[in-house]
Design a protein around this ligand. Structure first.
Ligand code: ME8
Length: 529
């Protein structure tokens, strides 16, 4: 099946603020998006994965000033930190959008100019509060007070700025209250998981105010074509990076946006669900574009019960954990162990436990034993198994795998999909144990039986590696190579490739280094807190 024969599949990560290097939290959203993107590539879709950086707004301007750099210099200096981290973690994105790029300015100007011409914008003066850290406007009734009686942001608890008398452009968001509620009702899977959906619905039912989409008191942003003294509010800019990354109005990518929009999934943290489920669909409705299939608001990574953030928890960076667990061990832990959608406490103890039990003891050990025995009993070649070999306890588990795994992936249930694969790995270990090839090898009359057992165990390894590839791209590719098979990167038919018995007899089988050497917690000198 050629790449993309099932159609297009577009997925996005948040466009991260450039005020600090990527940390475990931002890596979490990015790896999740990459895991689903890799799966859908295996599944025959023509996948686009858009990520990028949010380089405008007061927060970035303030950080650049603190660093004594121009905003552009500061942003430029931060780009390698993000790109290097995504490369390190094997994130295979198709576009990396910086909101300071000329192509983003073109998108923003075109989109908002269209809404201006359609009559969805008006100018008025804004009275209210603004939190620079959250880049969000708040009504006084939304705020909290600190112990000194100062108003603070209800999200990050930092002091808010009073804005008074500033002339702003407003988007008529309030006009979309009923349309949005109707949309949520008719598309129950748009906001996921369900708990987030309920939060958004009650927020919208509480009443929507028109949204200020411009700032005139500072200039770090994209000027609007209809009023050059006003730059776009960061969110009126950043959300449109998804369009830019999919080729919107790009003369060099003609027709691509039309093929790739609407996105299948926006992967975001629960902190920014409202922007994606209220403002964004209203903008799209106003402009006449289809709404994305789903916004998935995942939970937060916590250490000692608190959210990891750029200010907290920066002591351990993704690269530090990769040194201990390898890229695949890192990716597997975050995707397997924290139920996507829920908050998850992370700890070194648990990371080592999951790594050792699933990757070292179950999967790595299986490959090592079976590949070793192939060397020993069959001269390092896939044995020719008799026809009766097809009847075995593993083939029936493998036959159900695609459906179970695919159902989980459609729900972004990475834990459920990984468990389904590990069930086959666990069953294969038992099968090898129960069949005792080392005993069969001693009896020449059992040669066919030995060939069946080794063939079936190798065949299970082929299938397990394929299904683990979205989580563990390096080791899975390695296993396929060691089995004398083609590049997993190019595979586009995971369902067809799940049929039992496709591993060709006679293929060379190479026994290499342990895929996942066992780890000893006591010897790891790294702490997450
Ligand atoms: O909000 N656990 O950018 P941002 C899990 N520029 N995920 C976490 C996390 C944690 N502890 N901390 C952060 C912005 N994240 C805007 C987005 S999109 C058009 C504009 C992840 O750099 C999570 O995905 O503050 C969260 O939504 C995102 O980082 C916030 O990134």
């Amino acid at each position: 099946m050629p790449q993309g024969s099932k159609g297009t599949f577009s997925i996005t990560t948040p466009i991260y603020y450039v005020n600090a290097a990527p940390h475990l939290g931002t890596a979490y959203s990015t790896i999740a998006a990459d895991t689903i993107a890799r799966y859908e590539r295996l599944n025959g879709y023509d996948v686009a994965l858009v990520t990028g950086l949010d380089e405008h707004g007061e927060k970035v301007a303030d950080t650049a000033e603190e660093k004594g750099m121009s905003p552009q210099k500061w942003c430029d200096s931060m780009v390698p930190a993000f790109k290097d981290t995504w490369d390190l973690l094997d994130v295979d994105y198709t576009d990396f959008v910086r909101t300071t790029e000329p192509r983003q300015a073109r998108t923003v100007r075109k989109f908002w100019n269209d809404l201006y011409e359609k009559g969805y914008l008006y100018k008025s003066s804004y009275e209210g509060w603004y939190c620079v850290h959250e880049e969000t406007y708040y009504a006084e009734s939304d705020l909290e007070k600190d112990e000194n009686g100062t108003y603070v942001c209800p999200e990050c608890h930092r002091p808010v700025e009073r804005m008074a008398g500033e002339q702003n452009w407003f988007f008529k968001l309030s006009e979309f209250q009923d349309k949005l509620l109707k949309y949520y009702d008719e598309h129950p899977d748009f906001i996921r998981p369900r708990t987030r959906r309920n939060e958004v619905i009650s927020f919208v039912k509480g009443g929507l105010k028109d949204l200020s989409i411009s700032r005139s008191t500072f200039d770090l942003g994209i000027p609007y074509p209809f009023d050059k003294g006003h730059v776009a509010y960061v969110w009126a800019d950043a959300l449109l990076a998804y369009f830019t990354g999919l080729g919107y109005a790009d003369p060099d990518r003609k027709g691509e946006f039309e093929r790739r929009w609407p996105a299948q999934f926006h992967i975001v943290g629960k902190d920014i669900v409202r922007f994606h489920c209220v403002i964004w669909p209203a903008m799209l409705m106003a402009a006449g574009y289809p709404i994305p299939n789903a916004v998935f608001g995942h939970g937060f990574l916590l250490t000692k019960g608190e959210k990891m953030s750029k200010s907290r928890g920066n002591s351990v960076m993704p690269a530090d954990l990769v040194k201990v667990f390898g890229v695949d061990g890192y990716r597997y832990y975050f995707m397997r162990d924290i139920q996507f959608g829920h908050d998850g406490s992370i700890s070194m103890e648990r990371m080592v436990q999951v790594y050792n039990s699933d990757l070292a003891n179950t999967w790595g050990n299986l490959v090592s034993r079976v590949f070793n025995m192939t060397g020993k009993y069959f001269d390092g070649k896939v044995p020719q198994a008799p026809a009766s070999a097809a009847e075995n306890p593993l083939s029936s588990i493998a036959a159900k795998l695609y459906k179970t795994y695919d159902d989980c992936m459609q729900e972004l249930d990475f834990t459920g999909a990984a468990d389904a694969v590990m069930e086959l790995a666990g069953a294969t270990n038992h099968y090898v144990e129960d069949s005792a090839p080392w005993a069969l090898a001693k009896d020449p009359a059992k040669a066919d039986e030995l060939a069946s057992v080794i063939y079936n165990a190798l065949e299970a390894c082929r299938i397990i590696a394929m299904y683990l590839w979205p989580y563990c791209p390096n080791t899975s590719s390695d296993v396929w190579k060691r089995l004398g098979l083609s590049d997993l990167n190019k595979l586009t038919d995971i369902e067809g490739q799940s049929a039992w018995g496709l591993l060709p007899a006679g293929n060379p089988v190479q026994n290499g280094d342990a895929l996942f050497p066992r780890l000893d917690l006591d010897k790891i000198d790294l702490h997450l807190e």
